[in-house]
Ligand binder design. Structure first.
Ligand SMILES: Cc1ncc(COP(=O)(O)O)c(C=O)c1O
Length: 287
């Protein structure tokens, strides 16, 4: 099946899609992105991702390329053209094309927009969730504004590669205070030794995960003690359960941290329940 990409106002064949060599995203990582999960051809947690996109753009003083409504139409068209049923849609907005110079160009160029969409292997993800995944811990190596979802992902890419080389799926960053911030592409959670569900609070240098927020709002109806409170790698290793959340992984149980077994080494009941609840809620809220 042919794949389509949206590049600056038009859909082109994926293989022919190209951006300018002086796009500031390409040269300076001067841009932001968003990823929506797609269920049944529709966008999950749509509003949360739009709100965060607009915040990221505003924080970097990148102009909004089009209205939210127009953008939603293009995203849906990308999903439709690529026949995405269950998968992901990726949006990137950079400051645009300008002669290379670190400071922002004046006058401002038009922001550059790229959108791609793909199906993902649902059966494979479910099988992975049934078994659980491993994470490693690494010293925090990212900049101080991880609340902005920028395309500057080199520390995250290096961390993911280290995880892969150690047979793990994700890397958790640990800040200079010895506390886990988040994963290279997900938020980090544990059910601690006392049975309290914990994840880092958003005043820390983390991305405010849309999935994270949706999970917190689902907790109200569950009988689960919850605190937005940091944890150390040792607390994670002594926890009853651990898991990660994100548009790509949804809720993914973690069964080893730095090679040490969490609990009995199998996905825990809280992670398993939250995965099912989140998927159910996301399917109900799709637009
Ligand atoms: C660093 C980081 N943290 C957390 C997340 C999870 O965010 P969300 O749930 O909005 O996908 C991501 C997702 O890409 C991420 O890159």
């Amino acid at each position: 099946m042919s794949r389509w990409a949206y590049v600056n106002g038009r859909f082109v064949r994926h293989g022919d899609a190209a951006v300018h060599i002086e796009d500031r995203g390409y040269q300076l990582a001067d841009g932001v992105y968003e990823v929506w999960a797609v269920f049944g051809g529709k966008l999950a947690d749509s509003l949360g991702h739009f709100e965060r996109l607009e915040r990221s753009l505003d924080e970097l003083r990148i102009a909004r390329p089009m209205s939210r409504k127009a953008l939603e139409l293009v995203l849906r068209e990308a999903v439709r053209r690529n026949r995405v049923n269950d998968g992901l849609v990726y949006l990137q907005v950079t400051r645009g094309v300008a002669r290379r110079d670190h400071a922002f160009p004046d006058p401002q160029p038009a922001p550059a927009v790229v959108i791609t969409a793909k199906n993902t292997d649902q059966k494979g993800a479910a099988a992975k969730a049934a078994k659980g995944v491993g994470v490693i811990t690494l010293p925090e190596s990212r900049w101080g504004r991880c609340d902005i979802k920028t395309i500057g992902l080199l520390p995250n890419a290096i961390a993911k590669q280290a995880a892969r080389e150690q047979g793990a799926m994700e890397a958790w960053f640990v800040d200079p205070e010895g506390l886990v911030t988040e994963g290279a592409s997900s938020n980090a959670w544990i059910v601690d030794a006392e049975g309290v569900l914990r994840t880092r609070d958003t005043s820390a240098n983390i991305l405010r995960g849309v999935t994270r927020k949706s999970i917190i709002s689902l907790l109200g109806e569950q009988n689960i003690r919850f605190e937005e409170r940091a944890f150390t790698p040792d607390e994670a290793k002594g926890a009853r359960e651990a898991f990660i959340t994100g548009a790509g992984t949804l809720v993914m149980p973690v069964v080893t941290v730095d090679g040490e077994k969490i609990g009995d080494g199998a996905p825990g009941p809280v992670a398993t329940r939250l995965r099912a609840l989140y998927i159910e809620a996301a399917q109900a809220s799709i637009t």
